[in-house]
Design a protein around this ligand. Structure first.
Ligand SMILES: [Mn+2]
Length: 382
């Protein structure tokens, strides 16, 4: 494609693009894209996001979604959980996505295009934060660059990959729900003293690791039985933060709770620090040998929170009926959790990040074995 085409004004049929991303079972997959329409969508998303603050303000009710990592079919399963009759869930709910759309899984392009197109169609209803994988330095290595080159060839693939990464530099870094629930991909760091510190981070932000606070927002992890901040030796980036940090920060920032993603949870979500922090991971079967669940969090208008769990599904279980059966079963189990009640004992299995998605390498997993997490997952269905 000659570069002059890339510079043309961005006119495209948004409705047609929405249709192409409307329903996994009724539309072609993988989705084919004209290179120019990727460029045009990116250009318009940049313009929309340039107007948004670095700390988004979002109102309940809404659905919060954690890591997706190129699992396009699972994104549609999430949408279908909220469908009513013929109206699809993506048209009925406000969403906040916590980042890590690309890498690891094989359909990062479908995931990010679907989300960006919905952002353009419903800007107030689709809120997209940046994850640590929405950075060229990371997604060159962990899958997205390869995906783009495989689909478009090395020269055009590289060019489109660059265009998408440039768009990521405009993505907001955190969100505040009803002034009470602070959300980000990774976590918090010592540089976070007030919410203004987040608002003051300027975008476009080329390398989030160049700024201590943006680095923590995208990379940091909570650490049980620790206090203060410690070196995040496993990731080699940013910090671990202890329960005392969460307690003090909730007090200081006058917030009730922190919601973040970034770590695989066997049951899709897990509380930390007396329910002051919750991790949500929305890519079921991210570790196929662990059969981890995915979860999304629903925040009601009165700030009650609940979780919807997604079972891993397999090729032999094709079809929406299975998804709905699984969803119904697990949604009944996932009764609404009142976050004022600190007694509920939930599974706290976490997995360390791995350099590549090598599913046979279980050395990188810590905490419990698959069997142990399996039993705790059945326990919590009470
Ligand atoms: Mn991450």
């Amino acid at each position: 494609m000659p570069s002059s085409q890339i510079d043309e004004p961005f006119e495209f049929d948004l409705n047609e693009l929405l249709m192409r991303h409307s329903d996994f079972n009724k539309t072609a997959f993988p989705i084919s894209y004209e290179p120019e329409e990727i460029v045009k969508v990116c250009r318009r998303v940049k313009a929309v996001m340039a107007e948004e603050p670095t700390l988004l303000e979002v109102s309940p009710p809404l659905v919060i979604v954690g890591d997706l990592h190129g699992q396009y079919q699972d994104l549609h399963r999430i949408f279908s959980c909220f469908s009513e009759g013929r109206v699809r869930g993506q048209q009925l709910q406000r969403f906040l996505f916590l980042g890590d759309y690309v890498d690891r899984g094989s359909n990062g392009l479908e995931v990010i295009m679907c989300l960006m197109i919905h952002k353009l169609a419903y800007p107030g209803m689709f809120n997209l934060l940046r994850g640590n994988h929405e950075s060229a330095l990371i997604n060159r290595i962990y899958g997205f660059h390869d995906e783009m080159v495989q689909r478009f060839g090395s020269s055009l693939g590289e060019k489109l990959w660059n265009t998408l990464n440039e768009t990521f530099t405009y993505f907001p870094l955190a969100a505040l729900v009803h002034k009470k629930i602070l959300c980000m991909h990774g976590g918090v760091g010592p540089a976070l003293k007030s919410l203004e510190d987040i608002r003051n981070i300027e975008r476009p932000l080329d390398d989030p690791n160049s700024n201590e606070l943006s680095c923590a927002l995208l990379w940091a992890d909570p650490m049980r039985n620790s206090s203060g901040f410690t070196v995040n030796g496993v990731r080699g980036v940013s910090v671990y933060f202890g329960e005392d940090v969460v307690m003090k920060l909730c007090d200081k920032l006058k917030i009730d709770m922190i919601v973040r993603a970034h770590q695989v949870m066997q049951n899709g979500y897990s509380f930390f620090c007396q329910r002051k922090l919750v991790t949500i991971f929305s890519a079921p079967n991210y570790y196929p040998d662990k059969r981890n669940l995915g979860a999304v969090m629903k925040i009601e208008v009165d700030l009650r929170v609940g979780f919807i769990l997604l079972q891993p599904t397999y090729k032999h279980q094709k079809g929406q009926r299975h998804f709905l059966e699984e969803f119904t079963k697990h949604n009944n189990d996932a009764e609404y959790a009142n976050r004022i009640d600190p007694d509920r004992d939930l599974d706290q299995t976490t997995y360390e990040p791995t350099p590549t998605q090598n599913t046979t390498n279980t050395k990188s997993l810590r905490s419990k074995t698959a069997n142990e997490s399996g039993s705790s997952s059945s326990k919590r269905s009470k």
